[in-house]
Design a protein around this ligand. Structure first.
Ligand code: ADP
Length: 395
């Protein structure tokens, strides 16, 4: 009996062991499989995270705006490529403070005052280093466990917009001033005539002549303003064609001969007869007109103006207009091409100048791909130069 029981017990024990071992093996296999799957999922998640990080930095670096992310202690966590460019930063700046990296007190203070709540604060920042620029900054504090956590700042370079805005304001102020002066003169003379001066035919004739001059000045100003605004709109196309230069110059000289002789100024052209340029004829006539007219207005009474042209040998034709008047001081040599800049305001106004003639010259020459400049020895005259592309006439 005991023997049977012992055998039975042994058999049961063996069976239980076998079952347990099989199950254990299967459990082991299962655990192994789960571990492998876990590793695969982790690797995939890691790849995805790496890809997401990569995508995020590619996105930040492709932004035109500069991005700066700082932690709660205002230490740099991240900057993008545009930010580096704006502040001319080299090397790793991670972990450094705003002050240490950018030396901008104003920015440091603004970041310190950023509210913890996700409200976007907008402010303007002027920097002188690495260059003078105006930056519009949008900053947002990212809420942390206790108060503000990190903060993100986006920098937009608005220097060009500011510059254009200032130019626009100056332009409007200048135009208003230019219009107001002749208008108030006209009004003043008309009032004096109405107050009784018209009783004298001589005074009336003199005043009417002055009124006509001021009205002419207004007309010239409006014509020049229209020309400059159409040139600046960039919508003007130059009707370029190969033309002989000498006849263009002759046409302008014919127009200005009377004005020149009214100041006893002799005007001569010294141009090779077959010199050809590729130009918009009408526009280049206007350039020549403005330069020769200035020579007559500002040159020496009884003096001489020479219009010359030569091929430079560097694939350009150089045209010059020289006078023997008072010339232009060195510090004004570049500025005379700015709108409304005048060396001698009184003389310009007296001569009916609009202050736009040389700005128009510069626009037209540049639209032809050329350059314009002035050389002058004060007291000995001024020579205005401009370059054009040569052209060849088809026979
Ligand atoms: P404006 O209508 O006043 O002549 P411009 O743009 O043609 O305007 O010229 C700008 C200024 O440059 C003039 O007001 C004058 O002071 C100076 N300028 C131009 N040409 C000459 C010149 N040939 N000699 C001396 N000064 C000149």
């Amino acid at each position: 009996m005991w023997v049977y029981l012992t055998i039975l017990f042994a058999v049961v024990a063996v069976v239980v062991q076998v079952v347990w071992m099989r199950r254990h093996r299967r459990l082991g296999q299962l655990v192994g499989r789960l571990r492998r799957e876990k590793e695969t999922i982790e690797a995939a998640l890691h790849d995805q995270r790496g890809e997401a990080d990569h995508r995020q930095s590619a996105l930040f670096d492709s932004m035109v705006e500069g991005v700066l992310i700082v932690d709660a202690r205002n230490r740099i966590l991240m900057v993008n490529a545009s930010f580096r460019r704006l502040f001319n930063l080299d090397g790793d700046v991670t972990g450094k403070s705003i002050m240490e990296t950018l030396r901008l007190h104003e920015l440091q203070e603004l970041v310190e005052r950023l509210p913890a709540v996700g409200r976007i604060t907008e402010f303007e920042l002027q920097t002188l280093l690495p260059r003078s620029q105006t930056l519009q900054v949008n900053a947002v504090g990212l809420t942390g466990a206790a108060g503000r956590g990190s903060a993100m700042l986006v920098f937009h370079d608005v220097s060009r917009i500011k510059q254009l805005e200032n130019m626009r304001k100056d332009f409007v102020a200048n135009v208003s001033h230019e219009l107001r002066t002749p208008l108030s003169m006209i009004k003043g003379y008309v009032e004096t005539l109405l107050d009784g001066a018209k009783e004298s035919p001589e005074i009336t004739a003199k005043f009417l002549k002055t009124i006509e001059n001021h009205a002419d000045r207004l007309t010239f100003l409006i014509e020049d303003l229209l020309t400059i605004s159409s040139l600046e709109s960039g919508q003007v196309t130059m009707n370029m064609q190969p033309l002989e230069l000498a006849p263009l110059v002759e046409r302008v000289l014919d127009e200005l001969r009377d004005r020149a002789s009214s100041r006893s100024i002799g005007v001569v052209a010294d141009i090779t007869p077959d010199l050809t340029v590729t130009v918009d004829g009408g526009r280049i006539q206007q350039v020549l007109f403005n330069l020769i007219d200035n020579g007559i207005k500002y040159g020496r009474a009884g003096g001489r103006i020479v219009v010359a042209a030569r091929a430079t040998g560097q694939g350009a034709v150089e045209v010059s207009v020289a006078d023997d008047g008072p010339g232009i001081p060195a510090e004004a040599a570049e500025r005379v091409f700015e709108r409304f800049y005048r060396v001698d305001k009184a003389r310009s106004r007296e001569q009916g100048g609009t202050g736009l003639g040389l700005a128009i010259v510069k626009h037209i020459v540049q639209a032809h791909g050329g350059e314009v400049w002035v050389d002058s020895t004060p007291g000995k005259g001024a020579i205005f130069f401009f370059t054009l592309k040569p052209g060849s006439l088809v026979a």
